[in-house]
Design a protein around this ligand. Structure first.
Ligand code: G1P
Length: 293
């Protein structure tokens, strides 16, 4: 039985939604409380059994490489001061090797994944996008890998979104359903408002057979003038089944400002060190807010 040991994390985007914070810092390094968003994604991959990760970076993304490298000075300093708890937090992630490749031109998500094709070779692999952090009993990617192990087919993670958000996502047009798993007629990238075939949105977790590269090789330009991963998925689905799996878990959208601030509050409320003080602050603050009628 084939399983999945390699993953691609595209991280070459410009992060324009978070300017000026992302002028000199990768958006993947923006913290949720005290941890960069990309570290949550790496942890999910490792907990899902991934052993090799390739991060597709671009201009101005060096901080990501530094973050996942040893920092001897810092580590020695923490050892000297006997700050072992913090030391644990700054160590390199265990049980995984992280590799890097640069996307030389910003040609879209499909192109970013294509850039890692030589690293993947002829194996099934996962893709994780950094704009969604998922909290769940079984990691979201692990749930998809189980589906792959069962079906030996590609599978994309989906969740329901409200009608007024479908235009922001890749949307699936499902045919039959077996439990949480759907067979799919069509995959549509960011349909115009009112035209979405369903409310099942692609949530940045994928498992692919290597045949996806046959379609990414074609470098076809799609929505927004970019090479879209969703278009290659649609083509793959015509020769090999690509399932959609409605994974369990609470998803946090950290790819836009409001979602990012809400996620920080949610995670801060889960953090014992600051929870009580934060609750007091929020209650007090809400008491002072007058809402316009
Ligand atoms: C990408 C994908 C889209 C998916 C989304 C999930 O879009 O192209 O299909 O639904 O991620 O976050 P982006 O948000 O990068 O424009």
């Amino acid at each position: 039985m084939r399983t999945v040991k390699k993953a691609i994390i595209p991280a070459a985007g410009l992060g324009t939604r978070f300017l000026p914070a992302t002028k000199a810092m990768p958006k993947e390094m923006l913290p949720i409380v005290d941890k960069p968003t990309i570290q949550y994604i790496i942890e999910e991959a490792v907990e899902s059994g991934i052993e090799d990760i390739i991060i597709v970076t671009g201009k101005g993304k060096r901080a990501i490489e530094d973050h996942f490298d040893h920092n001897f000075e810092l580590e020695e300093n923490l050892i000297k001061k006997e700050k072992f708890e913090i030391l644990d937090k700054v160590k390199q992630p265990a049980n995984v090797e992280i590799h890097y490749i640069r996307q030389k031109e910003p040609k879209g998500l499909g192109h970013a994944v294509w850039c890692a094709r030589k690293f993947i070779g002829n194996e099934p692999f996962a893709v994780l996008l950094g704009d969604d952090i998922v909290q769940s009993e079984t990691p979201a990617l692990r749930q998809l890998i189980r589906q792959f192990e069962e079906t030996q087919s590609s599978v994309v993670g989906v969740q329901q979104v409200p009608d007024n958000e479908t235009h922001r996502y890749g949307i699936v047009d499902p045919s039959t359903i077996e439990g949480r798993r759907y067979q799919v007629n069509n995959f549509v990238e960011k349909p115009e408002q009112g035209t979405a075939p369903s409310n099942l949105a692609i949530m940045g977790r994928y498992v692919f057979t290597p045949e996806i590269f046959d379609f990414l090789d074609k470098q076809q330009i799609g929505a927004g003038g970019e090479i879209q991963l969703t278009d290659a998925i649609q083509m793959l689905n015509e020769i090999q089944r690509v399932y959609a799996y409605d994974f369990e878990g609470q998803r946090y959208d950290v790819g836009e400002k409001l979602g990012f601030v809400k996620t920080n509050i949610e995670f801060a409320l889960q953090n014992e060190e600051i929870r009580d003080e934060l609750v007091k602050y929020l209650v007090d603050k809400v008491g002072q807010i007058t809402v316009d009628a």
